[in-house]
Design a protein around this ligand. Structure first.
Ligand SMILES: [Zn+2]
Length: 181
């Protein structure tokens, strides 16, 4: 993705940041990956800390969702397992689709202070992905833990990437039950 991101200036508003992440999702799908993108930004400066795309298939691991890839990379770049410490500028996660249950948990542990979201879980589930058993009040839970939540930004643009992936016959993957169970 380095050449894809090359030459861009750091986006400075939510929509700009999300649009970059939706572009990442679209580019990931075009290259045969999952149709999901995410990135960690410095919340106040808008500086891009780490991009991530879904690499479940490429890395052969169920863990490599876009949000996880972005968080892991950001923590390595910042040299801290906790992006919420005072020595690290406040970070936010921007993601093309609502976090699944795995990414929801990772988000809580990551130390990010804000999350900005495009498509809803219903949009991912409408094409066959499974978001898992997140708590009903997941937004309230994040808010109580000091993570601000912005949802439904550019939802139509984000959903269009998912719909295009489905129309193109993109592979679906996720949790069980499996046919053999
Ligand atoms: Zn996920």
């Amino acid at each position: 993705m380095a050449e894809f991101l090359g030459g861009r200036t750091p986006p400075d508003a939510d929509e700009d940041r999300l649009r970059l992440v939706i572009d990442l999702a679209r580019e990931s799908a075009r290259r045969g990956g999952g149709p999901f993108g995410a990135a960690v930004f410095e919340r106040d400066s808008g500086r891009l800390v780490a991009p991530g795309v879904n690499q479940v298939l490429a890395l052969r691991t169920s863990l490599a969702h876009a949000e996880i890839v972005a968080i892991v990379t950001a923590q390595r770049v910042r040299g801290s397992h906790d992006l919420g410490v005072e020595t690290v500028p406040a970070c936010e996660l921007v993601t093309s689709t609502e976090p699944c249950v795995q990414c929801y948990g990772a988000l809580i542990w990551s130390g990010v202070r804000r999350v900005v979201i495009g498509a809803r879980r219903e949009d991912a589930e409408a094409i066959g992905f499974d978001e898992g058993p997140r708590p009903d009040d997941w937004v309230g839970e994040l808010t109580r833990r000091g993570i601000a939540v912005v949802r439904d930004l550019l939802r139509d643009e984000a959903r269009a990437v998912l719909d295009a992936y489905a129309r193109g016959g993109g592979l679906l993957y996720g949790p069980g039950p499996r046919p053999r169970d």
